[in-house]
Every structure is written in structure tokens, then in C-alpha cells.
Design a protein around this ligand. Structure first.
Ligand SMILES: *Cc1c(COP(=O)(O)O)cnc(C)c1O
Length: 423
């Protein structure tokens, strides 16, 4: 120790620690004493933490029914519930969608599919990509259909199913121009010839995905449609039944009736959000997600004093500063700082100062002018960060616009730290 310079005296020894008074006994089991576990569990999620995401399942039901109405009978609806149903809660949304007319579920990963199976959902579930080979036993065990585009996967999947005495149902992905995943559109027949010898394999569906269904320009969409139709026709001509043929995401479902085929895959529209401007006048959707919080502190900040990190915002003196217990770790992105409205008492107030990790602030104008109702913010008052209150609205689309992104990213961005509440 003597050769360590600069006055370093070494860590405290164990004996030193024991000499310190009143250290809690860290070896206890929590909760301590005789707390009643049931009582503790009864404290509702939105009272454990004054910030939450509220999901209106009747809006989801209404959006599913609107989509069903547009596609008509004879075309199935796949409810795309990947990414925890775009942040809305996969199990609750899946059950609502299935009860409202959806027949199929689409997810991105095996674990998303397993979550639905463990909630006792029995509808067909398609993983919209090819999982790793090593995950194949999970597909068979949970009866989850993979998307397939490599012969290796097809064969290994078939063999695992065979070993278990079950079929190996799958959907074939055809790449018609998005160039993300899939068998090339002019190689679909070759692919089928390579794998179809395996008796367990069962081609349940054939699909593609559009790169530009949400864009004003339509030529690339038409090229993809033509390639897809040709690939499916070639499969049929070669004696392969393509099964359920599907291509349309939300944008294509509402814009292009000609690509409905046997099923459409609707994601964003289920949640009441529009995939693009062009769809706005084609269907009436109801947004399902709100983000709410309760005020955790209220203070008077003298004129010219700053608020939050960097003290960038300065109080004009005529406002009260209200704090909310959510921040960028909850998905309220820091880039929104100073640019969003917070609705209190039906009036839109300005969020001010830098949004912190777990908290943010907004100002309430305390001046009296016109016939404006003056607000009197109190700790515990409910505010709306996304959604409606009185005559005021804040939308996910506004946030997406501020952040130069799309509504999908905002909805999926609210973290699991915010409980999902279904009123
Ligand atoms: C996510 C996804 C969809 C749903 O797209 P939306 O634009 O949300 O309707 C459909 N198909 C595939 C393959 C997807 O990955």
C-alpha cells in the first residue's frame, strides 16, 4: 500500500465496516415483517407510478371492423401484433382483434409468438421472418408457423416436425423488390422443387411485402405486384399450391383493392394510426393509445430562474412549473424537449426545459386574460401527453413530425416501464 502515491489510504477493511453503526441487515427477505402480499399486489399499476399508457380496446375493435368491412368476406385479416402490438400490449390486442373478426396473427419473433400461445391464444400465428435454425424446436412445440426462404430451414424444420409426428406448416416469402428477405420472385418454383420432396412440409401461404405502398409514387408498387402475381402463377403452373396468397400491409389494404388476394396483413391501422396521408380520406380510424400522467410536483419559479438540466428554459415568473414522473427512458424522447404540449384541464400547456430520463416539466400560465379559464395545478392532477382531454388533442403524428420520424416509431417507443392500462 505504501507505494501508492497521492494520499490513497486504501479501502476500508472489513473491521472498519463492522464498526459503522446502524447498517441495515441486508440479508432479510422482502417484503419485511408481516406485509400481506395480496394487499401489496392490489395497489394498481397506475398508482405505483403516476405515468401510464392507456389503450382503448373498443377503438381497436372498431378499426378491425372497419378493415374487415373494406376487404369484404372471402379475404382474411391478419392482425399484425409484433413489437408488443406496436406498444399497445400484444395479448390484449390479439384477443380483441380475434374477437372482432381477425383470423390470423403476425409477429416478428418466436418469443412474441410464445407469449400469445402462453396466453392460450389458439389462432394461427405467423412469424413474419425466418427464425434462426436453432429455434426450430420451439416452433414445433408451440405450433407457430415460420416464414421460410432458405432450403436449409425448410428441411430442418420438416425433420423436426417429422420426429414429433406432426406437420410442418409454413408461409413462403417472395422477394419482389423490397430486397429485405425472401426467395427471388423468379426463383420461387426452383425453391419449391428443392424442398417439396419432404412429406412433412406444408405450404400454407405465399406472400410478399411492398416497399412503397405508402408512397405517392405507384410505379414501384405496380412492378412488385406484377412480379408477385407472376411468381404465384408460375408456382400454380408447376403444380404447387401457394395456399393463402397475401401481400398487403395497411397502406396497400386501403389504397389498392387489387392486392387483397386471400389475406391482408394489417398493423398500424389496427391501432388507429394512418400509414400515410393518402389513406386518411379512405377510412375512418380511431387512435387507441393515450399516454397519461399525474403531476408529481408544482412550483413557483421566480422570473428568469431556469428549469431542468442546463437551465435552458427561463421562467417568465407568471407561470407555475409542474413536474411529471416520466421522461426519455419511458419513450418521451429528449428531442421533444420544449416542442410538445401537455393537456391539463382540457387546455394545452407548453412542456418546458430539457426532458430528463424519468421526469419532465411543463408550465402553466397563471395570468388572467380574456375569458380563459385559469388553471390551478395541483399534485395528483391528471394530464394527457398523447390523446384527448376536453377540446384539446395531442397526436402521435405530431410527435412523429417533430422528431422527423413515423408514427410507428413513436408508438413502439413507449417503454415497458409504463404500465399498459385497459379502461
Ligand atoms: C409489419 C408488417 C406488416 C404490417 O404493416 P403495417 O404498415 O403496420 O400495416 C405487414 N407485413 C409485414 C411483412 C410486416 O413486417
Amino acid at each position: 500500500m505504501s507505494d501508492i502515491p497521492n494520499g490513497f489510504t486504501g479501502f476500508k477493511t472489513h473491521e472498519n465496516f463492522q464498526a459503522l453503526p446502524d447498517l441495515p441487515d441486508l440479508n432479510v427477505k422482502y417484503p419485511t415483517r408481516n406485509y400481506n402480499a395480496k394487499k401489496l399486489a392490489e395497489i394498481p399499476e397506475d398508482e405505483r407510478r403516476w405515468a401510464w399508457v392507456e389503450v382503448d380496446l373498443t377503438a381497436i375493435r372498431s378499426n378491425v371492423m372497419a378493415a374487415k368491412h373494406i376487404i369484404g368476406s372471402g379475404c382474411r385479416l391478419m392482425a399484425v401484433v409484433k413489437a408488443d402490438a406496436y406498444g399497445h400490449g400484444a395479448v390484449r390486442v390479439a384477443k380483441t382483434a380475434l374477437n372482432s373478426g381477425a383470423e390470423y396473427l403476425g409477429v416478428a419473433t418466436i418469443d412474441e409468438a410464445i407469449e400469445l400461445r402462453e396466453a392460450l391464444i389458439t389462432a394461427p400465428i405467423l412469424i413474419l421472418a425466418e427464425p434462426p435454425l436453432s429455434a426450430i424446436p420451439l416452433l414445433v412445440a408451440y405450433q407457430i408457423m415460420p416464414t421460410i426462404y432458405t432450403p436449409e430451414f425448410a428441411i430442418q424444420y420438416a425433420e423436426e416436425a417429422d420426429r414429433n409426428g406432426v406437420r410442418a406448416p409454413y408461409h413462403l416469402k417472395i422477394n419482389t423488390g423490397m430486397n429485405r428477405i425472401g426467395v427471388r420472385h423468379d426463383e420461387a418454383v426452383d425453391f419449391m422443387m428443392q424442398v417439396s420432396f419432404h412429406r412433412a412440409l406444408e405450404l400454407v401461404g405465399t406472400f410478399t411485402h411492398f416497399a412503397t405502398a405508402d408512397m405517392a409514387e405507384t410505379l414501384d408498387f405496380q412492378i412488385q405486384t406484377k412480379r408477385f402475381t407472376e411468381a404465384v402463377n408460375a408456382m400454380r403452373a408447376a403444380g404447387f399450391n401457394p395456399g393463402i396468397v397475401h401481400a398487403a400491409n395497411s397502406a396497400a389494404t386501403f389504397r389498392y383493392r387489387e392486392v387483397h388476394f386471400d389475406m391482408v396483413r394489417v398493423g398500424i391501422a389496427l391501432y388507429g394510426l394512418y400509414p400515410c396521408q393518402q389513406v386518411r380520406h379512405l377510412i375512418d380510424l380511431k387512435p387507441a393509445m393515450s399516454v397519461k400522467a399525474r403531476i408529481s410536483d408544482v412550483m413557483t419559479v421566480p422570473m428568469s430562474e431556469g428549469v431542468s438540466y442546463g437551465l435552458v428554459y427561463r421562467s417568465p415568473g407568471s407561470v407555475k412549473i409542474c413536474t411529471l414522473p416520466l421522461g426519455y427512458a419511458d419513450g418521451l424522447q429528449r428531442g421533444l424537449s420544449g416542442k410538445i404540449g401537455i393537456i391539463l384541464g382540457g387546455q394545452k400547456c407548453r412542456q418546458v426545459g430539457i426532458i430528463c430520463m424519468d421526469q419532465c416539466m411543463f408550465e402553466v400560465d397563471m395570468r388572467a386574460y380574456g375569458n380563459r379559464v385559469r388553471l390551478n395545478p395541483q399534485i395528483g392532477d391528471e394530464v394527457v401527453l398523447i390523446g384527448e382531454q376536453g377540446d384539446s388533442v395531442v397526436t402521435i403524428d405530431e410527435m412523429a413530425h417533430i422528431l422527423n420520424t413515423i408514427n410507428y416509431e413513436i408508438a413502439t417507443g413507449f417503454s415497458n416501464r409504463l404500465p399498459r392500462i385497459y379502461p
